[in-house]
Design a binder for this molecule. Structure first.
Ligand SMILES: [Mn+2]
Length: 217
């Protein structure tokens, strides 16, 4: 929350001009004694993804996320997988949220909200997302078992909580099904489609924040 609310709706900045002035890209890095992470995003990409976290199923989820969000996404992560995947998975989510938030800049002109309901065979996932600047996650993912490959199902909601925190987003996600792979993948696809809608520039809003308060940061 910074300074005075901005309610400037008169500046005739066009979307083309905004894109020309600043591409919506960002790279963020984070190194600790537990992990070393580098994430690059381009919100106006085509869904080209390169992901390497050392956790196969997490790579699968992030690849699906980037592709269906239609963002270009590069994730390079090494972590203390000899302990378990927790730190690596969580820290990637934190850096991803940070990079997405940086790419969004002042969040002016974005649609702000997005939602999607995505089926995957037996599974059905729904996500509603608000790029409000306020972190909050409400999650109800009805996993059946403990693990999907090297990824604990406990860490799927942990990823969404972590992402919400650094992205400054309100994320509501629910999913049911009989197959945990399907439940997780449908959730990330629904998250992707929600984010894709929310980051899209609103041609009717141009250079104003999608908030009566005047700011989303
Ligand atoms: Mn944790």
């Amino acid at each position: 929350m910074e300074g005075e609310p901005r309610m400037s709706t008169t500046e005739p900045t066009t979307i083309a001009a905004r894109t020309a002035v600043g591409p919506r890209t960002a790279t963020r890095e984070r190194s600790t004694r537990e992990t070393s992470i580098r994430v690059s995003v381009d919100l106006d990409g085509t869904g080209q993804v390169e992901v390497s976290t050392g956790v196969g199923f997490y790579d699968h989820l992030l690849t699906s996320f980037g592709y269906h969000a239609c963002i270009d996404l590069r994730v390079e992560a090494t972590g203390d997988l000899h302990i378990d995947e927790h730190h690596t998975v969580e820290d990637v989510a934190l850096v991803l949220g940070d990079a997405l938030s940086a790419a969004l800049g002042d969040r002016k002109g974005i649609t702000r909200f997005g939602d999607a309901v995505i089926p995957m065979d037996d599974a059905l996932a729904s996500v509603a997302l608000d790029l409000s600047g306020r972190p909050y996650a409400v999650l109800d993912l009805a996993f059946v078992g403990e693990r999907i490959g090297q990824l604990s199902t406990q860490n799927v909601p942990h990823v969404l909580e972590s992402l919400a925190r650094t992205l400054g987003a309100n994320i509501h996600a629910r999913a049911t099904g009989r197959n945990d792979h399907h439940i997780a993948e449908a959730t990330f696809k629904a998250l992707a489609r929600s984010l894709r809608a929310a980051v899209t520039l609103d041609p009717r809003r141009s250079d104003a924040a999608a908030s009566t308060k005047g700011t989303l940061t």
